[in-house]
Write a protein that binds this ligand. Structure first.
Ligand code: IMP
Length: 185
C-alpha cells in the first residue's frame, strides 16, 4: 500500500483496494458495453464524488459515450443525510431520447438518487439507468433501483476513490473506513 499520502494515517481499515476497484470497474464497463451494444450512452456523473469512478469507468467502456455532470447539495461536514436535496449545477446536454446512465459514488439513504432519477426521467430520456460504485443498503430511506453496483459496504463512513469527508481524502486510490475520531471532531 502506497505511503505517499500522509492522510492514510486517518484511515482505520482499507475496505476495497485498488486492484479490486480496477477489476470491478472493468467488469461493469464490459457489462454496460454489452447491454448498450450499437447504442450511444450519456454518462451523467454526480459531482464531485463520482468523478474518479466515472473517469476510470468511461475509459474501460467499449462503446461511444459522452459525459455530463450534475452537482447536488451535499452534507458538508455532516456525515448524516439532511434529506434536503437540490441541484447546484444542472446538465449542459439535452438528454431527451438519449440513453442515460447516472454514475454515483455511493448510494446511502437513496434520497439524492431518487431526486435525480425523478428529475431526469421528466426530461424523457430513451432509457435511464443507474450505476454506483458503492451501495450502503442498511441506511436506505427510500427505495431506489441500482442497475450496476460495484460493492456493497457496511454502515460505516467511507472515504477515498472520489469519496470525501469535508472535501478531503478523495484522492486516496482505495476505499477505506475513516477513523471515527476524525469526523467526531
Ligand atoms: P444519499 O442521498 O444519502 O444516498 O447520499 C448520497 C451521497 O452522500 C453520496 O453521493 C456521497 O456524496 C454522500 N455519502 C454517503 N455516504 C457516504 C460515505 O460513507 N462517505 C462519503 N460520502 C458519503
Amino acid at each position: 500500500m502506497s505511503k505517499r499520502i500522509p492522510w492514510e494515517a486517518d484511515i482505520l481499515e482499507v475496505l476495497i483496494n485498488e486492484e479490486q476497484i480496477r477489476a470491478k470497474t472493468a467488469e461493469i464497463a464490459h457489462q454496460i458495453s454489452q447491454d448498450y451494444e450499437g447504442k450511444e450512452v450519456i454518462l451523467v456523473g454526480v459531482m464531485v464524488g463520482a468523478v474518479v469512478f466515472l473517469a476510470d469507468l468511461m475509459r474501460a467502456m467499449e462503446i461511444p459515450v459522452s459525459v455530463d455532470f450534475v452537482a447536488i447539495s451535499s452534507y458538508g461536514k455532516d456525515t448524516r443525510s439532511s434529506g434536503v436535496v437540490r441541484i447546484l449545477k444542472d446538465l449542459d446536454m439535452n438528454i431527451e431520447s438519449k440513453h442515460v446512465i447516472i454514475v454515483e459514488d455511493i448510494v446511502d439513504t437513496g434520497l439524492t438518487l431518487k431526486y435525480l432519477v425523478d428529475n431526469l426521467s421528466a426530461r424523457s430520456p430513451a432509457t435511464l439507468r443507474v450505476c454506483a460504485l458503492l451501495d450502503k443498503p442498511s441506511r436506505r430511506k427510500v427505495p431506489v433501483t441500482i442497475h450496476y453496483v460495484g460493492f456493497t459496504v457496511p454502515d460505516k463512513f467511507v472515504v477515498g476513490y472520489g469519496l470525501d469527508f469535508d472535501q478531503r481524502y478523495r484522492n486516496l486510490p482505495f476505499v477505506g473506513v475513516l477513523r471515527p475520531e476524525i469526523y467526531a471532531g
